[in-house]
Design a protein. Structure first.
Length: 239
C-alpha cells in the first residue's frame, strides 16, 4: 500500500492514561512509535517496542531536539499527537494570582509552543511519500469556548492551540497535511468528561489519522467515541 515499510507515530505527552492508550493503538495499527515527555527515558516503552525521547515541552530547543532524534532513528512522523498540558489553579476571583513565570509555563506547554510542534510536523509531512496519510492531532478541551478564570494560563494556551490548528487545517488540509483539535465531552451534559476516556481518545485519533479528507478541524467526541456537535449540543449523528 505504501512505499515505506512502517509509518511513524510520535506521541508528545506520554503518560499513564491517554499517552499509553494512544501509543498502544498506533503500535497495534502497524506503526513505529516514539513517545516523549519530561519523565521519559531510554527504558520507557522499551518492552512495547517504543522509542523513548525525553523532552521538556516548555523549551523550544528540547522540542526541536526530540523531533530531530525521532526523524534520525525512525524517520519523519506521519502522525504527530500532542497530549501535554500544564495548569496551576488559582481562586476564580483572582485570575492574576499566579506569577508571570507560572502563567507563561501553563500557556506555552498547553498551547503556544504547539506552533513549533505544528511547524515540525508539517516539515516531516513534506518528506513522506504521497501515498502515506499524515495528521497532526492536538488533544484539547473546552477552554477555547468557555471562560474559566481560575485556569487562565492553560486557557490562553488552549485557545492558541485551537487557533493554530484552525489556521493550519485551512491552509494545509487541502494539500493532505491534516490538522485537528480533538476533545472529549460528556454525552449527557456536553461538558468536560472527567477523567478523560482513554479508549475514546485512541479510537477517535486513529480514525482521524486514517480519514481521507481534512474535514472539520475541531473534532468533538463523547466517552463512547461517538462524534458530538458542540455547537448544537447533541450527538453529530442526530443532526
Amino acid at each position: 500500500m505504501s512505499t515505506i515499510s512502517k509509518p511513524v507515530a510520535f506521541i508528545l505527552g506520554y503518560g499513564p492514561n491517554l499517552g499509553q492508550a494512544i501509543a498502544r493503538k498506533f503500535k497495534e495499527g502497524g506503526f513505529n512509535v516514539a513517545v516523549s515527555s519530561r519523565r521519559v527515558d531510554e527504558t520507557t516503552g522499551k518492552e512495547e517496542g517504543y522509542l523513548g525521547v525525553q523532552a521538556d515541552f516548555g523549551n523550544i530547543d528540547s522540542i526541536r531536539s526530540a523531533f530531530d532524534r525521532v526523524e534520525k532513528e525512525l524517520g519523519p512522523p506521519a502522525a504527530v499527537i500532542y497530549t501535554a498540558y500544564s495548569f496551576n489553579i488559582v481562586d476564580a476571583n483572582d485570575p492574576l494570582a499566579n506569577n508571570y513565570e507560572t502563567f507563561l509555563t501553563d500557556a506555552t506547554v498547553s498551547g503556544i509552543n504547539l506552533y513549533e510542534v505544528a511547524r515540525r510536523a508539517k516539515a516531516a509531512f513534506e518528506k513522506l511519500p504521497a501515498d502515506v496519510p499524515r495528521a497532526y492531532i492536538a488533544t484539547g478541551n473546552l477552554l477555547p469556548w468557555v471562560n474559566l478564570p481560575y485556569m487562565l494560563g492553560m486557557s490562553v494556551g488552549k485557545r492558541a492551540s485551537a487557533n493554530i490548528v484552525e489556521a493550519c487545517a485551512t491552509a494545509y488540509g487541502p494539500q493532505g497535511h491534516r490538522f485537528y483539535y480533538a476533545h472529549e465531552v460528556n454525552s449527557a451534559t456536553g461538558g468536560a468528561q472527567i477523567p478523560p476516556t482513554s479508549q475514546a481518545h485512541d479510537d477517535v485519533f486513529y480514525r482521524l489519522y486514517n480519514q481521507k479528507e481534512q474535514g472539520a478541524w475541531r473534532v468533538c467526541f463523547t466517552e463512547t467515541g461517538a462524534l458530538y456537535d458542540g455547537e448544537a449540543g447533541r450527538l453529530a449523528s442526530s443532526a
